[in-house]
Structure formats: C-alpha cells, structure tokens
Write a protein that binds this ligand. Structure first.
Ligand SMILES: Cc1ncc(COP(=O)(O)O)c(C=O)c1O
Length: 405
C-alpha cells in the first residue's frame, strides 16, 4: 500500500486503525516503520517553493518549519482523518489553537457568544485580549435556551463558541442545536472538544465549523507535551494558518512526533478512561461522605439523555464530586490521596484531582462559585488508566483520613 493509497482509504478505516496507521506509511525511500522526526528548521528551495511563497501559498511547500514541516504534516493528516476534517493544523499549545481559530472567525467590531463556564484562559483571551481590540463577547449559560436566544439576538453575532463538556460542572453542549442557532444568524460554531477527543465525539459531523483541542490532554495522553490542533474545512483552516504564520505559535517537530506516538493508543486509553471514570464515580456516589457526583454517564446526570445521544461511546475520564465538609475537607481529601495526584491539567494516563476553589475558579468568591454550580467541597477528577480497585481504595482511604478537622 503506498502513502497515497493509504491516505485515500482513510475515510473507510475505523478510528482505532487510524490512530495506529493514519498519516504516515513507510515509503520506498526511507522504509521506516515509525514516523521520521524531521528537526530541520529550513529546507532546500526548489521552484515549487518559490512559486508557493510568491503566490501566498506558504503552507503548501516545505520552506521553513514555522510554516510547514514533514513530521507535522503526517500528524495533521492523522488528526484530520480522526476528526473527519478536510484539514488539521498543529499549534504550540491549545491556547495558540484557540487564538487562531477565534481570529479566523472574528475581527474588530464583531461579537462572540460563549458559554459562561468556558475554560478560564479562553475567557481571559476573549475578555481581556480581544475585548480591548474591539471584539465583544457575551458569556451566557448555553443550557438556558431563553438566555441563549436573548444573547444571540442582542445584535449581529459572528462566532458561537462551545465546549463539548464544561469544566468542572460536566454540562453537555447540545452541538446540533448550537450549530442551527449559529448558522441561522450567519455565525460560525467553533467547538473546544478537549475533554472528549475525536474518539468519543466528532463535532464537525454535529454541525461545527471548526473543532479545537488542547493536544496536551487526551490526544498526547501522557502529560509530557504541550500542544494544540484546529480541524475543519480547508478554507477556514487556511485562515487559521495565516494567524499561525504571523503569530508564530507553531508546534515543535519533537512535540509532533511525541503527539503521534500518543495518538497511537488514543482508542485504548479513551475506552479505559470511560470505563474507569464511570466505575470510580459510581463507587463515590455510593459513599456517605459524597453529597453529589457529576458524570455524564450516570443516570443522575441532569442531561443524561443528551449525553447518551452526543457521546454514545462514553464521556471520557472527567467527572466531579462534592464532598461533605466544604472546601477545607476537599483540600484535606486531595492531600491524603496516595496514588492520584493533586495537579491541574487532565487527560493523562495518571489520575489527577484538582479543586476549582484554589485553581480554575480562585478569582471568584464562594457566592459566585455557587452561582456557577461549584458548591463548597467540589473536587474535579481526571481518571487515568490505573487498576480501578487501586484507585477506589485510594479515594476511600483519603475520604476516611480527611474526616474531621
Ligand atoms: C478545555 C480546555 N481548552 C483549552 C485548554 C488550553 O490548552 P493548553 O494548556 O494546551 O494551551 C485547556 C487547558 O487546560 C482546556 O482544559
């Protein structure tokens, strides 16, 4: 099978096969079984490269690695195939990808409608970086249909932003509904699908115009690199390329190579994250010291039916719980864990826990946190791929150790 034949066949291959074989096939010249790492920052110029530069097609030739690199090409091809996208573009971080995707859709004078619970740095970008440049963002509870419609119809809107699952309250975005609302108003829908990965949801097939990921999380999967990706139609991704070209947030080839290695096991890891998180969440739901568990796979989740429809293979490793005893108890709990690590970030093979009150939502006071759905005692969990029973015992022992002052 040649590279081109393999590429043409991608549309018919199962995601598990794409994780392993997508993007790179050994070629006649190199015969390497594994994607070669091309560290070269620059490339010998031929006539095609000169023509590409002159004609504004700098992304179409190997000229300079800020613009294009063979190792990144292969990983982009794999990720595009997994997302069912025409094109994917890698970035130095999830935030670089979010920055480019946003600026591909809006300019001065435009308006964004984004979820109130949006990831903190995205909120900061929209409000404090783009706001002063003339891009207005209205943050709204996207689950509240009346509030959403009010925000959408408050004036012309260019971009509707969504996250597949919200952090840390695990709200499920109704992507087909958001896409219909956005497109009816001439706006684009961009979805941050970091929490679910393309193995569990393909937002483009649900109506999104672009999908972005922090590749730092599930895609890479081992908490050992920072990266981002944008996937979508060729024209819109080309707009993102212009931002990458000029803002310079390109991924390093070494990072792309590591990302490719991570993605090779994405299907195995996601299945394990889904199973492990559900088992641990159920076990905690039955514990007398746990007041509430938020997991889209549990019958108790308020949007269980929507989750089953939009995430039929599971919702990944992320879930949250509220402990009796408030934030002080939650802090004692995370410090008493022996296996799970108290750390921000998510999506790695190791279980991580974090407390919104001293991390993502530290800027809010307790009353504001409660209004955002974060009760005292709230703990966010990113379930890794360890043995379930070992994790459950670690959590139960930490719950016992953290009782009382
Ligand atoms: C949902 C979500 N989007 C985007 C990002 C930003 O990604 P990065 O840290 O790779 O820039 C994060 C990081 O935690 C995230 O959780």
């Amino acid at each position: 099978m040649t590279n081109d034949e393999a590429r043409r066949g991608h549309g018919e291959l199962d995601p598990a096969t794409l994780c392993v074989h997508g993007g790179w096939r050994p070629d006649e010249a190199q015969r390497a079984a594994v994607l070669p790492l091309v560290r070269s920052s620059t490339f010998q110029l031929f006539d095609d490269a000169y023509a590409a530069m002159v004609e504004g097609r700098a992304d179409e030739a190997w000229i300079y690695s800020r613009l294009r690199n063979p190792t990144l090409d292969a990983v982009q091809e794999k990720l595009a195939a997994l997302e069912g996208a025409e094109r994917a573009l890698l970035f130095a971080s999830g935030m670089a990808a979010i920055h480019a995707a946003t600026l591909a859709c809006v300019g001065a004078g435009d308006r964004i409608v984004a979820p109130r619970s949006v990831y903190g740095s995205t909120w900061d970008l929209f409000k404090n970086l783009l706001g002063p440049l003339g891009v207005r963002t209205d943050f709204v509870d996207q689950e509240d249909e009346a509030a959403l419609l009010r925000a959408l119809d408050a004036g012309p809107v260019r971009l509707v932003w969504a996250e597949s699952l919200s952090n840390p309250t695990m709200a499920v975005a109704d992507l087909p509904r958001l896409a219909a609302h956005a497109h009816a108003r001439g706006a684009r829908l961009v979805v941050d699908a970091t929490f679910v990965s393309p193995l569990l949801q393909r937002p483009l097939a649900l109506g999104a115009d672009l999908v972005v990921h922090s590749a730092t999380k599930y895609l890479a999967g081992h908490s050992d690199l920072v990266g981002g990706v944008v996937c979508g139609g060729a024209d819109l991704v080309k707009q993102c390329f212009r931002k990458l070209q000029l803002a310079g947030g390109c991924m390093d080839p070494q990072g792309a190579w590591l990302l490719d290695r991570g993605v090779k096991t994405l299907h195995l890891r996601m299945a394990r994250h889904c199973e492990g998180s559900l088992r641990l969440a159920r076990r905690m739901q039955a514990h007398p010291d746990v007041l509430r568990v938020l997991h889209p796979g549990l019958e108790s989740h308020p949007r269980r039916e929507l989750a089953a429809r939009l995430l039929p293979r599971g919702s990944g490793g992320m879930w949250s719980m509220v402990l009796a005893g408030g934030d002080a108890r939650a802090l004692r709990f995370v410090r008493a864990l022996r296996l799970a690590l108290e750390a921000s970030s998510l999506g790695g093979v190791e279980t991580l826990v974090s407390l919104p009150f001293n991390t993502s939502h530290a800027r809010l006071d307790e009353r504001e946190r409660v209004a955002a759905g974060i009760a005292p005692g709230f703990v966010r969990v990113s379930t890794g791929i360890e043995e379930h029973e070992d994790l459950a015992r670690d959590f139960e022992a930490a719950l016992s150790a953290s009782r009382g002052a």
